[in-house]
Design a protein around this ligand. Structure first.
Ligand code: FAD
Ligand code: ZN
Length: 475
C-alpha cells in the first residue's frame, strides 16, 4: 500500500483501526473469508471507522488513490459479496464498530440505528420499548442492519411485515465520492422525487456505504403460537397457505415448508431434535400465528384452521406447540436444515422465488429433470413458501464425493434450475442477492433493458467503479 494512502487511512480512523498484512501479528482472515468458506481473498487493509465522518474520510482517501472498497457488516452473506478478491488491492471497510442505537421514537414507531448494529441487538432495543422490529433470520446474532439493507434481506416474517426494504424509512449514506447524504427521515410519506433510499437498499455495497437507517417498529403481538403440520404434497401446502390466510388474516406471520429429505438430514445429524412426522409425510409446514388479543384467541383460531385443513385433506397430522420452549424447538428444527445439509456434504444452493401458485408444478418438473440428468441426486428443498421463496438445494448422490460433485456438476445444475426458474417467471435470487457468486448469471436471466438501466445508475453514482467492484454487475 502506498505510504500516502496508509497515512490518510490512519488519519481518518486512528492507527489502531487500520489492520494490514504488513503487521505480522495481525490476522485478517475473519474479514477475508466468506461465511460459507467458498472464497478466501486478500485485503490491502481492513479499516474500522467509528463514525460517519470517518467513513466519509476513508472513502475519499480510497477514491483519491483509485483503490476499491468492500463494505462489510457481519460477513454472513451467502453470495460472496462482503470479502475482498484475491488481488490484495481492495480495502475492507468494516462497519462493525458503528453499532449504536441513535434514537427510538415510540409515538412515530421508528428507531434510528447505525449500520453496524447487529440485528438481534436492534430486536432487543425494540423489545425494551415494548415494540417489535420484525426482521428475523437465522443469522440474526451476527448479521448487521447495514448488511440486511444492502442485501434487502428477507427471512421468516416477510409474508406479514415485508423484507428489509419494506421496514426502512430513511438512510444515511456515504457516496462513492465521500459525501454524506443525510436521508434519515422517519416519514411514511415523502414524494419529493426519485427514491434514493430504495436505490441504495439491495445495492450490495456497489453504490455507496450505508452508515445509518431509520426503521419501522410495530406493536408487539399479545401471543405467538407455532404449529407443525404434515402435508401430503406441495399442492396441499399451497392449499394450506390459502386456508391460513383466510383463517388468520394478518395474524399469519410465518409459513415455512420443508421437504422430507431436508427433515431426514436434521433427524440424522441432530438426533437430539425430535422432528415431527418426517417419516410419514413428504412435506412438513411450520406455521406461526401472531395474535393481537390473547393466547386463547390465538389457539382457537389455529384450531379452526387446522380442523378445516384436516377436513379438506391438505393436512394429515398436526401439532400446536404448548409452550414457548416447544415453539422454539420447532423453529430450531427449521433453522438447523442448512447445518444438517452442510454435515451431509457439499451441495449446490439456489435461493429462488416463483409465484406461489406455480411452485408445485415447478418442483414436479425440475425434481424430475434433475433426477433424470443426475441419477440418485438428492434434493434439499425448503423455504419461505408464504413468499414463494424456496431454498432449492441440490445434494450429491449418497455414494458420491461432495466436492467432486460440485466441481463437475455445479454449472450444469445451475443452468437446469435457473432455466426452469425463468420458464416459471421466477427470480434466480429471492433474498440473498447477487454478490460475485451470481454476477455472471445475471445477464443471462435479467431483462436486458433493466440491466442497461442498472449499469447507467452504477456509472452515474460510482464512475470510477471503486465501490465493491465485480459484485452484482460484471465489468
Ligand atoms: P455482509 O455479509 O457483511 O454483507 C453482505 C453484502 O452487503 C455485501 O455485498 C456487503 O458489501 C454489503 N454491505 C454490508 N454492509 C454494508 C453497508 N453498511 N453499506 C453498504 N453495503 C454493505 N438472508 C435472508 O435474506 N434471509 C434469510 O433467512 C437468511 N438466513 C441466513 C441464515 C444464515 C445462517 C446465514 C449465514 C445467512 C443468512 N442470510 C439470509 C444471508 C443474509 O444476506 C445475511 O445474513 C444478512 O442480510 C447479511 O448481513 P451482514 O451484516 O452479515 O452483511
Ligand atoms: Zn431464507
Amino acid at each position: 500500500m502506498s505510504a500516502d494512502l496508509l497515512a490518510a487511512l490512519r488519519a481518518a480512523v486512528g492507527t489502531g483501526q487500520v489492520l494490514t498484512h504488513e503487521d505480522p501479528t495481525a490476522d485478517l482472515s475473519a474479514w477475508e473469508r466468506d461465511w460459507r468458506g467458498r472464497a478466501h481473498g486478500r485485503a490491502l487493509a481492513v479499516v474500522r471507522p467509528g463514525r460517519t465522518e470517518e467513513v466519509a474520510a476513508v472513502v475519499r482517501a480510497c477514491a483519491a488513490g483509485g483503490v476499491s472498497l468492500v463494505p462489510q457488516g457481519g460477513n454472513t452473506g451467502l453470495v460472496v459479496g462482503s470479502v475482498p478478491d484475491g488481488s490484495g488491492s481492495q480495502v475492507v471497510l468494516s462497519l462493525s464498530r458503528m453499532n449504536r442505537v441513535r434514537s427510538l421514537d415510540t409515538a412515530n414507531l421508528t428507531v434510528t440505528v447505525e449500520a453496524g448494529c447487529v440485528l438481534q441487538q436492534l430486536q432487543q432495543a425494540a423489545e425494551q420499548a415494548s415494540l417489535l422490529f420484525p426482521l428475523s433470520l437465522a443469522a440474526e446474532g451476527s448479521c448487521t442492519i447495514g448488511g440486511n439493507l444492502a442485501t434487502n434481506a428477507g427471512g421468516t416474517q416477510v409474508l406479514r411485515y415485508g423484507n428489509a426494504r419494506d421496514l426502512c424509512l430513511g438512510l444515511e449514506v456515504v457516496t462513492a465520492q465521500g459525501e454524506v447524504w443525510q436521508g434519515l427521515s422517519g416519514l411514511r410519506k415523502d414524494n419529493t422525487g426519485y427514491d434514493l433510499r430504495d436505490l441504495f437498499i439491495g445495492s450490495e455495497g456497489t453504490l455507496g456505504v450505508i452508515t445509518a437507517a431509520t426503521l419501522k417498529l410495530y406493536p408487539r403481538p399479545a401471543a405467538r403460537l407455532t404449529a407443525w403440520a404434515a402435508v401430503p404434497s406441495l399442492d396441499a401446502a399451497v392449499q394450506l397457505l390459502g386456508l391460513a390466510h383466510q383463517h388468520l388474516g394478518a395474524g399469519l406471520t410465518g409459513f415455512e415448508v420443508m421437504g422430507q429429505f431436508a427433515l431426514e438430514l436434521v433427524a440424522r445429524h441432530m438426533p437430539q431434535l425430535r422432528v415431527p412426522f418426517w417419516q410419514s409425510a413428504p412435506y412438513g409446514v411450520l406455521l406461526e400465528n401472531s395474535d393481537s388479543e390473547s393466547e386463547t384467541h390465538a389457539r382457537l383460531r389455529f384450531e379452526g384452521l387446522l380442523e378445516a385443513a384436516l377436513m379438506q385433506g391438505c393436512v394429515t397430522d398436526a401439532v400446536v406447540a404448548e409452550s414457548l420452549s416447544q415453539a422454539q424447538q420447532l423453529w430450531h428444527i427449521r433453522e438447523s436444515i442448512p447445518l444438517a445439509q452442510a454435515q451431509e456434504g457439499l451441495n449446490i444452493k439456489h435461493d429462488i422465488s416463483i409465484p406461489v401458485s406455480r411452485i408445485p408444478a415447478f418442483c414436479a418438473e425440475t425434481d424430475a429433470l434433475l433426477q433424470r440428468e443426475i441419477p440418485g441426486v438428492r434434493l434439499v428443498n425448503f423455504g419461505h413458501l408464504g413468499d414463494g421463496n424456496l431454498h432449492y438445494n441440490v445434494q450429491a448422490p449418497a455414494e458420491a464425493d461432495g466436492s467432486a460433485f460440485l466441481q463437475t456438476e455445479e454449472e450444469r445444475v445451475n443452468k437446469l434450475v435457473f432455466d426452469a426458474v425463468a420458464k416459471y417467471d421466477g427470480s434466480i435470487s429471492a433474498e440473498h442477492g447477487i454478490g460475485s457468486l451470481k454476477a455472471g448469471k445475471l445477464p443471462l436471466y435479467k431483462d436486458p433493458v433493466a440491466l442497461g438501466l442498472m449499469r447507467a445508475i452504477k456509472q452515474a453514482l460510482d464512475p470510477k467503479n471503486t465501490m465493491n467492484p465485480g459484485r452484482v454487475l460484471t465489468p
